[in-house]
Design a protein around this ligand. Structure first.
Ligand SMILES: [Zn+2]
Length: 141
């Protein structure tokens, strides 16, 4: 970048005299380091791009899937517990599987989204639990 030695007006490098006063221009260091290293920095500064949105979306889907399978694994892994713990065991098992599911699922999320993601997964988990419970009671009738 160049700058007029008299009026201070700024010009690109390929201009040699000031259009206002015909004074010679002097080169000045570019005041914008983000122009030089811009390509790398811009990607970080634009979280709203389609690509990063897709990555975020994929992580949420992954968190949901992982959460679902982990809670199932814990649930079925602990079913033997029901034989001697009865209804209390069933409730403990639901809590343990729900907690493990949400916890492991949240680990898949970026740190900034974990709190929100945990709440979303809890809501989904509760909704699924209610659906699951209604299905069980339908089968009993
Ligand atoms: Zn000038």
């Amino acid at each position: 970048m160049k700058k007029c030695s008299w009026c201070g007006r700024e010009y690109p490098d390929d201009v040699s005299t000031c259009v206002v006063d015909q004074q010679s221009l002097v080169s000045v260091a570019s005041p914008a380091p983000e122009q030089a290293s811009g390509s790398g920095k811009a990607e970080i500064d634009e979280p709203a791009t389609v690509q990063s949105f897709l990555v975020l979306f994929a992580r949420y889907v992954l968190a949901m899937v992982v959460s679902y399978f982990v809670s199932y694994a814990v649930f079925f892994g602990g079913l033997y517990f029901l034989m001697w713990a009865g209804m209390v065991g069933f409730v403990l098992l639901l809590i343990a599987s729900g907690f493990s599911g949400v916890f492991v699922g949240a680990l898949c999320l970026p740190q900034s989204g974990r709190r929100f993601g945990s709440v979303v997964m809890l809501v989904f988990g509760l909704a699924y639990y209610i659906y699951f419970r209604d299905k069980l009671s339908e089968n009993r009738e």
